[in-house]
Design a protein around this ligand. Structure first.
Ligand code: HAM
Length: 380
């Protein structure tokens, strides 16, 4: 996936009225005078790439893709909010089926669960579609215009009134009690879709909270929208979010192609893991460490380390022609469970010494059996 895109993609896709596009993009000109932007989010670029490579024409919709990497937003940095942050992004493009909504939500919820997080909340809403939202939007604007609001918020009513609903400042939030909600103004199709998604989530045993004021900061959302929130994270508590974007493909010049996906914030997920004190086993840094005594042994161990890696074992070796004592120190420091030690006498015997660095036992293993022996032993 490209880390930067044509600025226009985000203007059209994410929307000029969003903070992300109007205030937070890292935009620059390249040598050819083209305006480029470091991706503030993945969805628009993923869809652009799917369309450009014709993945949607190969049959078997929805196209399911995922990717991960950095995204960039020029926000004021604070705990949990960074200018370069990392997301795990997943998109299912080409289906309106509510089962896909529930499926993607289940994948995200399962991911948090698999990391050991237990306090993640799922907030769910429907933002309607291009049929029912305009009438709701007008109704909301009417309501908001009657409130006592500051200049900037009044301006927002005209550009992006749904965003005002999401305003957490007490001076605004306190007046929003009677605001009309999208959930009460969904058209029949959107209501049926939303009800089905909730039924499916219930079938899957996934708990959620209806969040009728959840809006999200990107303009492309339609119907299902959701956020994963973590109660121990303070102001930046959104650890992931997603939703449908049934009109986005057309907005960026593609065919009608409904889609849904999510972006999980990796930085904030790590903060959530720390806050919960969740522990999970890190992959081993090194499992087998090679120790070679002499030039010929070094050549053999060098190849053996490569073979072990091909077999999926994390392997390393002592470099720089170290003597036994120094090399064994390296082996201990590496955290490896086993050392494979090879001296001249072993070469002559066609075997190597495999030493269990935890228990201390050591035994000669013939060369052709070293990889299988270690694979077996590491399984235990
Ligand atoms: P988003 O809610 O803007 O959605 O971002 C997803 C997640 O990225 C947030 O929940 C948060 O955890 C993390 N995040 C956002 N900004 C920052 C930041 N400045 N510092 C640290 N973490 C941050 C999207 O980006 C959509 N593209 C998600 C999506 C995919 N919707 C449909 N498909």
């Amino acid at each position: 996936m490209a880390v930067f895109e044509d600025t226009d993609l985000f203007r059209r896709g994410v929307g000029e009225s969003t903070d992300v596009v109007s205030k937070e993009m890292y935009t620059f000109e390249d040598r050819g005078g083209r305006s480029l932007t470091l991706r503030p989010e993945f969805t628009a670029g993923v869809l652009r790439s799917v369309l450009e490579n014709g993945l949607h024409k190969r049959g078997g919709l929805p196209v399911k893709v995922w990717t991960t990497g950095p995204a960039f937003r020029a926000e004021r940095p604070q705990q949990g909010r960074y200018r370069q942050f990392y997301q795990l992004d997943l998109e299912a493009i080409g289906s309106e089926d509510p089962q896909v909504d529930a499926e993607t939500i289940a994948i995200a919820a399962g991911w948090y669960r698999s990391l050991g997080l237990t306090r993640v909340r799922l907030l769910l809403n429907s933002l309607g579609c291009r049929e029912c939202r305009p009438a709701y939007r007008a109704r909301l604007q009417e309501f908001l215009r009657g409130l006592d609001l500051d200049e900037a918020t009044r301006a927002r009513i005209e550009i992006n009134p749904l965003r005002v609903l999401d305003d957490k400042r007490p001076a605004v939030a306190d007046q929003l009690g009677g605001a009309p909600l999208m959930a009460d103004h969904l058209c029949e199709g959107c209501k049926a879709h939303h009800d089905r998604v909730r039924e499916l989530l219930a079938d899957l045993g996934i708990a959620w909270e209806d969040a009728p004021r959840l809006v999200r900061g990107l303009d492309y959302y339609t119907r299902t929208t959701y956020e994963f929130d973590h109660p121990l994270l303070g102001a930046q508590s959104g650890i992931g979010g997603g939703g449908r974007y049934d009109g986005l493909s057309e907005d960026i010049g593609g065919p009608p192609l409904p889609g849904i996906g999510f972006g999980l914030g990796l930085d904030r997920t790590i903060l959530a893991l720390e806050a919960e004190g969740a522990e999970f086993a890190a992959p081993p840094r090194c499992e087998v460490f090679g120790v070679a005594l002499g030039e010929e042994a070094e050549r053999k161990v060098f190849s053996l380390v490569d073979e072990l890696r091909r077999a999926g074992i994390a392997a390393d070796m002592a470099f720089g022609g170290k003597r036994l004592k120094g090399a064994m120190k390296d082996a201990d420091r590496s955290g490896a469970r086993y050392a494979v030690i090879l001296g001249e006498r072993d070469i002559a015997a066609g075997s190597a010494q495999v030493k269990d660095l935890e228990g201390g036992e050591q035994a000669a293993v013939p060369f052709p059996e070293i990889v299988t022996t270690l694979t077996e032993r590491l399984k235990r």
